[in-house]
Design a protein around this ligand. Structure first.
Ligand SMILES: Nc1ncnc2c1ncn2[C@@H]1O[C@H](COP(=O)(O)OP(=O)(O)OP(=O)(O)O)[C@@H](O)[C@H]1O
Length: 905
């Protein structure tokens, strides 16, 4: 039933659409004719009757065809013969033969143009039936299209329009040009057929039922209570109701009407088919057009299209609703399966994540362990190096200045490894591996560099001698590391400043337990002359002598001015003035090339609350850069400077090589530089070397040479650094030794006299040792005799060590023996006591055990020890000249005296 109803509804739609389309085409034809021949005197949307009556006399048609194709109808029966008449259909009482003549001529001309024609009889008034205007409209629209094409082609092309009956066209499948036109024509034909074949009474009843149902549905859908009586009266052709409907339309909301209008039209058209007279049908069509215009639609068809679309939409909606449950069900199933899958995936991911987490944790533990081990290794390595006293070597790579040259740095390892690549060899052979304590890449800041240097510098405050020197090719960044750039901000300051700053920091922090005094010296070695940089004297008189450590103040450069500094500002000022006085000039390789080796020496003296003292010094050395004179393009004075620089650096290389080979002879004295650094290179200092390299490929040769030198330096073992610290007890003991020595010195001449008096002269020579001892005893401010008289030997107060018993025994021996009868016996006992005290101070008897033959020789000649032990005897200071361990700076002269005596056993 529903299917039948829907089909009937579709038929209804089709019929109404055909009627609408016919009306529209008539409207188009009228409009076009008016545009060609002027006003026709009929409404814009004429009824069929109006349209036919208007054209009946053929006059309009003939004028129109002559307009578009002049001369098509050569002889037109003009209305001018009837000047009082107008062109309107009501007022054209022409005799039939006249208008037939026009129509005939017109049809002939149309035929000539191969346009659709119509039967002339259609203009007979009484013969007019519904749809009779269709062919005239086709003919007029054919003319219109002909004209349009002609206009378009500007008359150049012969227009061949194959206008035939739409049905014929359809059956032949021709003229595909205008699908719309074809459709319209077919629909018109159909509508004509429909109109000609009224349905049966049953079918009409069914249709009416459907309409009522559709209306009810529509009203329910629109939720609008439209007046049913009004609609039925409209459907019955009640004019007042139509007016009312029109009024209602104009006063109702567009949105609502858009829904209701098609339903109203259905009713109207259906009614029109069965019950309404022709005039009423026209009226209803007018209403439709009115409504169409009201809704600003381009054509009546659009309403139907919309209606159909809406219907389709409704069908779709219905389908959707019908399928909704199943779709929903499917969706639900899909959702639940997706959820399940998702859940599975989630748990899988969680498992994977957990696994990954545990793996990452394992890895991170391993990594942490690895880092810890690396760290431990490093500290153990450093410790071993400290114990062995290796020169530490840090390598610093300057940032590349020229981006167009190749970079020779291939790899920088965290463990201090460095790989450089020979630019001339691209393969593996071009790679060279070096190993240092640390490598600082081009991006390393001054702070990074200082952080690794700080612990070493801090040990100065604990009493160790430290030497840091910067080595490398000219322009590789030595001055940058040690002093910072010339216009440096505090952040860019070099190690010199940062070190002193740190020393002051520590001094402040320890001020409650230890008082420090810091002194600074700054010298340069220029053309093998040592010059004081802090005097401001640039004359040749400014020439310092390097002294041995036996000099009065224990300084290797006693003549250099020494400045006490209390703050970093003092240091800054001093360093600035030193830097100004330093020999610097511009070369092709460095516009501010240092032409001398500069040495900033910081002397630190500390005294703790118990009276213990520390005495140490820090050498900060900025060497001049080695340079190839062909590259630096220096001449004259510059060339001379370069030669001096290269010579002294070569001497430094010789010393390093000799030290690394553990040669017995170390050529310190070959240059001022090595002589000055003797104590740091071969003594008891902690030594750090910064090897600077340039990353550019054109410096590869120099880079490799620097790295080789640095690697060799890192193998040098200086022995464990010695702590220059003396406790109160040690100082007391030393004082006692002093006084005992004096007593001894006084007693020995007396005893010699007594021996001379009592015994006859021995033919054997007097032992030299005694003479040597006397010779080496420094001049005391006190006269020996007066000392003897006025000074009493202090009782020894020894630290409680396992040897204290021995020391007490010694004390007794010393006291009793001094009081002994013969001076000879006394002096030998005093010497014995001195030796015992020496042992106590040193804390170990073994350290000063000397082989009998050495003892013998040392008693006769100044001490000559071929390979001195790295652990120094008693005070760690070696006799001058032959020993590698002779001290140059920061050594208390009193130690030297003690040492001098202790070597005599
Ligand atoms: N790490 C660095 N970061 C930034 N600039 C640097 C660095 N190292 C060196 N430079 C710059 O490179 C130039 C040369 O450096 P520097 O004068 O310190 O070399 P040098 O080895 O002391 O040379 P010379 O031996 O000729 O005196 C300077 O302009 C310096 O500022």
């Amino acid at each position: 039933m529903e299917v039948i109803a829907s089909r009937a509804g579709d038929d209804l739609n089709l019929a109404s659409r055909k009627a609408q389309e016919a009306a529209l085409r008539r409207f188009q034809a009228t409009e076009w004719l008016e545009s060609i021949v002027g006003p026709l005197g009929i409404p814009k949307q004429p009824s069929e009757k109006q349209f036919i009556s208007c054209l009946r006399n053929g006059l309009i048609l003939c004028h129109a065809i002559n307009e578009i194709e002049p001369g098509s109808v050569p002889k037109v029966v003009e209305i001018s013969r009837f000047p009082s008449q107008s062109l309107t259909w009501d007022s054209q009482p022409l005799p039939a033969y006249q208008f037939f003549e026009n129509v005939r001529n017109f049809l002939k001309a149309v035929e000539g143009l191969k346009l659709p024609v119509f039967e002339a009889s259609v203009f007979e008034r009484d013969n007019m039936v519904a749809g009779s205007s269709a062919k005239i409209v086709d003919c007029v629209l054919g003319l219109k299209e002909y004209n349009d094409r002609k206009q378009k082609k500007k008359g150049n092309e012969t227009f061949r329009h194959d206008f035939r009956s739409p049905l014929i066209m359809h059956s032949n499948g021709r003229n595909p040009k205008s699908a719309m036109c074809l459709n319209l024509n077919r629909q018109l034909d159909l509508s004509v057929n429909l109109e000609k074949q009224p349905p049966s009474q049953n079918a009409a009843q069914k249709l009416e039922d459907l309409i009522v149902k559709a209306l009810a549905e529509c009203m329910t859908d629109a939720k609008e209570n439209l007046d049913g009586n009004l609609l039925s009266s409209v459907c019955n052709g009640n004019t007042d109701s139509v007016k009312l409907l029109t009024k209602m339309i104009s006063s109702t909301l567009e949105e609502q009407l858009q829904y209701k209008f098609p339903v109203v039209l259905h009713i109207v058209i259906t009614r029109k088919e069965f019950k309404l007279p022709l005039q009423k049908k026209v009226l209803f069509l007018q209403i439709k057009i009115l409504i169409s215009a009201y809704f600003s639609c381009t054509s009546v068809e659009s309403y139907f299209d919309r209606s159909i679309n809406r219907r389709k939409r409704n069908n779709y909606n219905h389908c959707i609703i019908v399928n909704h449950a199943s779709i929903l069900q499917n969706l639900k199933e899909l959702l639940s399966s997706t959820k399940a899958e998702f859940g599975d995936l989630q748990s899988q991911f969680q498992n994977d994540l957990k696994q990954m987490e545990s793996q990452i944790q394992e890895l991170s533990t391993a990594a942490q362990g690895y880092h810890k081990v690396v760290q431990e290794n490093r500290s153990l390595y450093n410790m071993v190096q400290d114990l062995k006293g290796n020169i530490r070597v840090y390598c610093r790579i300057r940032p590349a200045f020229r981006s167009n040259t190749k970079n020779v740095i291939d790899f920088i390892g965290e463990d201090g490894s460095l790989v450089v690549l020979d630019p001339t060899k691209a393969n593996k052979d071009g790679k060279k591996l070096f190993q240092f304590n640390r490598v600082f890449g081009p991006s390393a800041t001054q702070e990074d560099v200082f952080a690794d240097t700080q612990p070493l510098i801090r040990s100065v405050m604990d009493g160790y001698n430290v030497c840091i020197f910067a080595y490398g090719q000219t322009g590789s960044g030595k001055t940058h590391t040690m002093c910072g750039p010339s216009d440096a901000s505090r952040k860019e300051m070099g190690i010199n400043y940062l070190a002193l700053n740190d020393l002051f920091d520590i001094s402040n922090r320890r001020k409650d337990v230890q008082k420090y005094e810091i002194f600074v010296q700054m010298v340069e070695i220029y053309n093998e002359q040592v010059r004081d940089l802090l005097t401001g004297d640039s004359s040749s008189a400014n020439k310092l002598e390097i002294r041995s450590c036996t000099s009065e103040n224990g300084l290797s450069l006693p003549d250099a001015t020494i400045h006490s500094v209390k703050s970093t500002t003092d240091v800054l000022n001093l360093m600035k003035s030193g830097q100004v006085n330093r020999a610097v000039s511009s070369t092709a390789l460095n516009h501010q090339s240092s032409r001398s080796h500069s040495i900033l020496t910081v002397h630190v003296q500390g005294k703790d609350v118990n009276g213990g003292t520390t005495r140490s010094c820090l050498h900060l050395v900025d060497l001049a850069g080695s340079e190839r004179v062909d590259k630096s393009e220096v001449t004259g004075e510059g060339l001379k400077e370069a030669q001096y620089i290269n010579k002294s650096l070569s001497c430094l290389g010789d010393v390093i090589t000799a030290l690394s080979l553990k040669n017995s002879y170390i050529p310190y004295r070959n240059s001022k530089l090595t002589l000055l650094l003797q104590n740091s290179l071969g003594g008891n200092a902690k030594t750090l070397m910064f090897a600077h390299v340039s990353p550019e490929s054109d410096s590869f040769g120099e880079t490799v040479s620097t790295l080789k030198f640095a690697q060799r330096a890192s193998t040098v073992e200086l022995g464990a650094a010695r702590l220059n610290k003396e406790s109160r007890e040690v100082m007391d003991l030393k004082e006692q030794i002093e006084s005992l020595k004096k007593q001894l010195a006084e007693k020995e001449p007396q005893s010699a006299q007594q021996v001379n008096k009592l015994e006859p002269r021995s033919p054997l020579p007097r032992p030299k040792a005694a003479a040597a001892t006397i010779e080496r005893t420094p001049k005391s401010p006190m006269a020996p005799n007066s000392a003897m008289k006025s000074r009493q030997v202090k009782p020894l107060v020894l630290p409680k060590t396992p040897e204290s018993q021995v020391s007490i025994r010694n004390e007794i021996i010393i006291s009793s023996e001094i009081r002994g009868s013969t001076a000879n016996v006394k002096s030998s006992h005093i010497r014995k006591s001195l030796r015992t005290i020496g042992k106590l101070i040193n804390g170990s008897e073994k350290r000063i055990q000397v082989k009998p033959n050495e003892v013998q020789s040392s008693t006769l000649t100044p001490p000559v020890i071929a390979r001195p032990s790295r652990r120094q005897s008693l005070t760690g200071v070696q006799p001058l000249g032959k020993s590698r361990r002779s001290s140059l700076g920061g050594v208390d002269p009193s130690k030297l005296q003690v040492n001098g005596n202790l070597t005599i056993t």
